[in-house]
Design a protein around this ligand. Structure first.
Ligand SMILES: [Zn+2]
Ligand SMILES: [Zn+2]
Length: 263
C-alpha cells in the first residue's frame, strides 16, 4: 500500500510561515492499493490529492464529520472530472445520515452550489457494503473512539500489511486493551497527538490524546511505526522540532504533509 499524508493539521488550517514544514492543511490520508484509491477523511488536504478516477475507484471513509475532516471535499477538481465512481462511507453513521450531513454542509446557506446534486457518479454506501465493494483488494475494519459527537478509527489490511488510523480520540485507560488488539501487528499507526500531557490537564473532554501517550501506547503495543498527527493549530514547526527531540522511542515520529510511505 502506498500511504500519503495530504493534511495533518487539527481543527483549522494554518497556511502561514513557521507552520509549513509539518503542514497547514487539515486531515486527509490516502491509501492506494492495487485497485483502489482510498481516503481517510477529506479535510483541506484533500484538495491537493491527485484522484486516479480513470483507473481506480475512489473511496472516502470519514472518521467523523467535524469541519476539519470534511471541508476540502468539494475543492478537489478530480471529483467533478469524468471517470470511475466515488464512494463515500463511514463506520460512524449509516449511509442516509452521511448523505444528509454532507449534503447539508455543501449546499444552501453554507455553500454556493448543491455539490451532491451535480455529482451523479457519487454514491454513499453503508460501511458494510463499501467494504464488500472493495472485493478483497483491501480489508477494512473500524472501531469506536472517544470524541465529542463520536468518531471511529480504521484499519486497512492488504498483502499482509496493516495501517491503522486513530484520529480524534481522547485516549483513556478503559480503551487500552481493545485498542492494543485493534492495532495488533500494525505496520503503521496514525495517532492523534493534538496535545502534550501538560496541555491535556486543561483539555479534558475535548476529545484528543497526547504526544506522550503515543509513545507509551506504541511501547506497549506490537505496532512497528507510529506517526503523531492532528497537530494543534498553534503548534509551530519549531515547537514540533523541539518535541521531536524529546521522543525516546525509535518507533515514534511526527507526520508531515506530503509524507509518503510504501507499507
Ligand atoms: Zn479533528
Ligand atoms: Zn473532531
Amino acid at each position: 500500500m502506498k500511504f500519503t499524508i495530504h493534511g495533518v493539521r487539527g481543527s483549522v488550517p494554518t497556511p502561514k510561515d513557521g507552520f509549513l514544514k509539518y503542514g497547514g492543511n487539515t486531515s486527509c490520508y490516502e491509501i492506494e492499493t492495487d485497485h483502489h484509491q482510498l481516503f481517510c477523511d477529506a479535510g483541506t488536504g484533500f484538495q491537493s490529492a491527485e484522484l486516479e478516477r480513470n483507473t481506480k475507484d475512489t473511496f472516502v471513509f470519514f472518521t467523523h464529520f467535524h469541519h476539519d475532516h470534511i471541508q476540502g471535499f468539494p475543492f478537489n477538481a478530480g471529483i467533478f472530472r469524468p471517470g470511475k465512481k466515488i464512494v463515500l462511507s463511514s463506520g460512524l453513521l449509516e449511509a442516509s445520515k452521511v448523505n444528509s450531513t454532507m449534503q447539508n454542509y455543501f449546499s444552501g446557506s453554507y455553500f454556493p452550489v448543491d455539490v451532491f446534486d451535480i455529482l451523479g457518479h457519487l454514491t454513499v454506501e453503508e460501511f458494510e457494503e463499501a467494504k464488500n465493494l472493495l472485493n478483497g483488494d483491501v480489508s477494512i475494519d473500524c472501531i469506536k473512539l472517544q470524541h465529542p459527537g463520536g468518531a471511529v478509527g480504521y484499519s486497512f489490511v492488504s498483502h499482509n500489511k496493516k495501517i491503522v488510523l486513530l484520529l480524534d480520540n481522547e485516549f483513556c485507560l478503559s480503551q487500552k486493551d481493545v485498542l492494543l488488539k485493534f492495532c495488533e501487528n500494525a505496520d503503521l499507526l496514525i495517532w492523534d497527538g493534538m496535545f502534550t500531557q501538560e496541555e491535556l490537564k486543561d483539555k479534558k473532554g475535548w476529545g484528543h490524546s497526547s504526544i506522550e501517550q503515543a509513545v507509551d501506547f506504541t511501547e506497549q503495543s506490537s505496532v512497528k511505526r507510529t506517526l503523531i498527527c492532528h497537530h494543534a493549530p498553534n503548534r509551530s514547526d519549531q515547537d514540533i522540532d523541539k518535541l521531536r527531540l524529546k521522543i525516546s522511542s525509535q518507533s515514534v515520529d511526527f507526520g508531515f504533509e506530503n509524507m509518503s510511505l510504501i507499507i
